[in-house]
Write a protein that binds this ligand. Sequence first.
Ligand SMILES: NC(=O)c1ccc[n+]([C@@H]2O[C@H](COP(=O)([O-])OP(=O)(O)OC[C@H]3O[C@@H](n4cnc5c(N)ncnc54)[C@H](O)[C@@H]3O)[C@@H](O)[C@H]2O)c1
Length: 250
Amino acid sequence: MKRFVDKVCLVTGAASGIGRATARRLASEGANVAIADINEEGLRSLEAEFAASGTACVVLGFDALDEASCRALAERTVARFGRLDVLCNIAGACRADHFLELRLADWDRMFAINVRSLVAISQSALPHLIASRGNIVNMASASGLCGAPYWSAYAASKAAVVSLSASLAVEFNARGVRVNSVCPGSVNTTLPGTYSVPTDVDTNAMQRLFPMTQPAAEPEEIAGAVAYLASDESRFVTGMAFNIDGGQLC
Ligand SMILES: NC(=O)c1ccc[n+]([C@@H]2O[C@H](COP(=O)([O-])OP(=O)(O)OC[C@H]3O[C@@H](n4cnc5c(N)ncnc54)[C@H](O)[C@@H]3O)[C@@H](O)[C@H]2O)c1
């Protein structure tokens, strides 16, 4: 299946986990890829992989907390490839707290990385996506749909991603741009190692968040859904929040 031949796809969070798997999947289906992340070492190793397989690729270091670097991503992609067809906003961060101890500065940081950056990146990408009749796939989370004890800031930021995606889907539908979000449950990536879980938590509540009946998904499984939503196969799908959670929300 080669659904992205002659397409240009910009993938944030491409240095690791779901973003890396997505960039690989899109490239394997013929895409030219712009890979963006704060972790330039991770990007360089992916670039080397792509060079070996003959995939055209541009490496874009950026910090989701920095508006100017977010706004530059689409232009840097178009400067290299001349067009932009797909934007996958996958970079994100997570944290967990007892709600009564959550500092507003940490709440703001969660929203800046997970939501505010998507606004800046999407605003600069949309003129190019309108020109190509392209689409956006945003990485949300199952927690954004059902809430998550101790992950209140993260879950609320992902709920905002779902809502932002649906709003843009309606606003840009007549201009030919689709916008969808993906809501994974637990995925086997390095993300859980990037923050600490508070002690003294309610294990019953935790059981709801991480049902033990299913092992975590692999990043490639999430990348498969992103690729479907980014492809013309989903031409009639927009404004969707696509759950991949092993039954968490059943
Ligand atoms: N792993 C899970 O269980 C899970 C579940 C649901 C949703 N998600 C979402 O999937 C996305 C990818 O996460 P992942 O699980 O692959 O984890 P990951 O840690 O492997 O990937 C996150 C990527 O985002 C990048 N990033 C973080 N802060 C950044 C910043 N300030 N600027 C630029 N890049 C930054 C990291 O360098 C990393 O490459 C995130 O949005 C995450 O919230 C993950």
